[in-house]
Design a protein around this ligand. Structure first.
Ligand SMILES: [Ca+2]
Ligand SMILES: [Ca+2]
Ligand SMILES: [Ca+2]
Length: 397
């Protein structure tokens, strides 16, 4: 038996090495359902899970493993859910997903750190923070944001935990070269800065945690799953994910089950694929996750905000939008050290994550029920949970 096993491993060696040599084209990430140390050594481990490990495989390695009968599962790639910026105009309507001309996406970060305060926000208390009656509280509640990282030395942010799950395992550091995560972090917990000239988030006293799960290609769902488990073990109360995609990740679902069992409240963006019914993204679509749709300053639903399959029965089930929050033209912290305006269900989500910290009811289930009640007090559209705004807009009393 031992020799047969070794023979198989030698065959794997040969096939995988030849796979590397012959490999052409793009890499993809897979869950390799094996605990073989040799396979791990050869392929490199991104993250270990109960039912296997993830690795980036070349097409040659993939074919070799399939020939050997190793069970594989593709790892979905998710994306941050911010709308593109076209010139000076923020996309708010039914624009094509790629901007017609001069679409620069999120502006490039300023590589130079800001010495002291060189800029002030156009509004210290952004309209979205006011709409949910935020801007104070959250003390003692750990809010873990899984995103592109954060500008740790922004004058208005006090980051208490900073980790990186986008490399192998969990590493230190969470520098934000994109800007998305810094913006989301500000909406949760910006504290106005020590000079009180800066911007405010929904729960400025909350403990702001950031785990980087998104890189230049997007947000790999195995990195997300690893990060969810990590922050659950560290004692997170709330997990906020301004990201998603059309395909569900089994690793993320398992991680959410793990976190929920530890009493963590999970919030995620509904997606930017509206207005089609049922266009909601995972992980928001998961019944254990609070999915947040986007409204504007007048409580109108953004056309692009993903819709659920809601049935109006006041009960949130799988693939239903749960709440609505401000997500159009939201001002928050920028990774230049200044401030910027972004739109997307990415921006709606941290309003709810911050509000969860502000109104924390002692445990995740009670807090979720309380947020649902707050939303029902401000029901939008048709009575009950509708596909665009769920149970409504939660506002702290
Ligand atoms: Ca959900
Ligand atoms: Ca329902
Ligand atoms: Ca409604």
């Amino acid at each position: 038996m031992k020799w047969m096993k070794m023979g198989v491993f030698l065959a794997v060696c040969l096939l995988v090495v030849s796979g590397i040599a012959l490999a052409q084209g793009t890499e993809a990430r897979y869950l390799v359902k094996s605990d073989s140390g040799l396979l791990k050594a050869m392929l490199g481990v991104q993250h270990n899970f109960d039912n296997g490990f993830t690795a980036e495989l070349t097409s040659g390695q993939l074919r070799a493993l399939e020939r050997l009968g190793v069970e594989l599962e593709e790892v979905p790639l998710y994306h941050t859910l911010v709308k593109p910026v076209c010139g000076d105009n923020i996309c708010q309507g039914n624009e094509p997903k790629s901007c017609p001309t001069d679409c620069s996406g999120i502006p490039d970060p300023d590589p130079e750190p800001e010495p002291g305060r060189s800029c002030v926000p156009s509004s210290q208390m952004p309209y979205g923070v006011m709409m949910v009656n935020g801007g104070s509280g959250g003390a003692g509640i750990n809010v873990a944001i899984l995103d592109t990282g954060v500008k740790v030395d922004h004058l208005d942010l006090d980051v208490k935990l900073c980790a990186d799950a986008s490399k192998r395992g969990i590493k230190k550091g969470c520098a934000d070269t994109n800007g998305h995560g810094t913006h989301v972090a500000g909406t949760v917990a910006a504290n106005g800065g020590s000079d009180s000239l800066g911007i405010w988030g929904v729960a400025p006293e909350a403990n702001l945690w950031m785990v980087k799960v998104c890189g230049p290609t997007g947000c790999w769902s195995d990195d997300i799953a690893e990060a969810i488990r990590y922050v659950a073990d560290q004692g997170a109360n709330v997990v906020s994910m301004s990201l998603g995609g059309d395909v569900e990740s089994s690793l993320v679902r398992d991680a959410i089950d793990y976190a929920a069992a530890k009493g963590v409240l999970v919030v995620a963006a509904a997606g930017n694929d509206g207005p089609a019914e049922g266009s909601i993204d995972y992980p928001g679509a998961n019944v254990k996750v609070m999915a947040v749709g986007a409204i504007d300053v007048n409580e109108n639903v953004a056309s692009w905000s993903s819709r659920g399959v809601n049935d109006g029965d006041f009960v949130i089930e799988e693939r239903e939008v749960e709440l609505a929050a401000p997500g159009v033209a939201i001002e928050s912290t920028s990774n230049t050290g200044c401030y910027t305006v972004m739109s997307g269900t990415s921006m709606a989500t941290p309003h709810v994550a911050g509000l969860a910290a502000k109104v924390w009811q002692g445990d995740a289930l009670s807090t979720r029920a309380y947020l649902q009640q707050l939303a029902r007090n401000h029901d939008l559209h048709t009575l009950g949970d509708d596909s665009a705004t769920g149970l409504g807009l939660p506002m702290a009393s």
